[in-house]
Design a protein around this ligand. Structure first.
Ligand code: PGA
Length: 255
């Protein structure tokens, strides 16, 4: 039985005060939740204050990116040991916005994933097709190339630590969600691929989140699909109420 994992990707949002107010509300309202792993992924600048609010809570802390080198002459970058040093536990890698606006390739995703794992961070590795690829029936090919690239050279033990987020790019921030059937089909495909690339155990134990316009109104149906194990939530994670709603929906499913 896979424990669902729901992560809030705040993207480039929230001042220090807004961040503290939001996580304080989350901590106060979600302290009884044990059925679901909860994570928030703020911008780098507020990670330390958010970390302090979340101390001894059941909410994990994630970053939104990580560089593959540990230290050195890499102006503007942030590394896995530095994230680990301030208590970060998860890191989103290969988000479509990074691929789209910052030239991120599968090879970079692979290097970032290896660096995160080497320092004990849990990578949340994002894959997903753009609309044109879906319309040309290339979704499975795209996902396969992204997964093979992202996970190249990883051992079974490393794969066991990874979380995958399937995020169809056309559904991110657009209000257009994949139907539960469309999402399930890709999640199942990813599981089948992992069985081929690794083994049946990895395929059955790895958690695969869905992301793309997830909100309280659609989360229950998405998460009731057999191969969907939670959500990576953007817009609806910026306010306490909808994010809590999504988590509560997932808890009722888990019961
Ligand atoms: P959204 O973003 O929920 O606003 O569509 C999801 C994501 O980009 O992770």
């Amino acid at each position: 039985m896979r424990k669902p994992i729901i992560a809030g990707n705040w993207k480039l949002n929230n001042t220090e005060k807004e961040a503290v107010d939001l996580v304080t509300a989350l901590r106060n309202n979600l302290n009884n939740v044990t059925e679901v792993d909860i994570v928030v992924c703020p911008v780098f600048t507020v990670l330390p204050v958010v970390h302090d609010v979340l101390l001894e809570s059941n909410i994990g802390l994630g970053a939104q990116n990580v560089f593959w080198e540990d230290f050195g002459a890499f102006t503007g970058e942030i590394s896995a040991p530095l994230l680990k040093d301030i208590g970060v536990q998860y890191v989103i890698i290969g988000h479509s916005e990074r691929r789209q606006y910052f030239g991120e390739t599968d090879e970079m995703v692979n290097k970032r994933t290896k660096a995160a794992l080497a320092h004990g961070l849990i990578p949340i590795v994002c894959v997903g097709e753009v609309l044109a690829q879906r319309e040309e029936n290339k979704t499975f090919d795209v996902i396969q190339i992204q997964c093979e690239g992202a996970f190249a050279g990883l051992t079974v033990a490393e794969m066991e630590k990874i979380v995958i987020a399937y995020e169809p790019v056309w559904a991110i921030g657009t209000g257009k969600t994949a139907t539960p059937g469309q999402a399930q089909e890709v999640h199942k495909f990813i599981r089948g691929l992992l069985a081929k690339l690794y083994d049946e155990n990895i395929s059955q134990t790895i958690r695969i989140q869905y992301g793309g316009s997830v909100k309280p109104e659609n989360s229950a149906e998405l998460m009731s699909q057999p191969d969907i194990d939670g959500a990576l939530v953007g817009g609806a994670s910026l306010k306490a109420e909808p994010f809590i709603g999504i988590i509560q929906n997932s808890c009722s499913l888990a019961q």
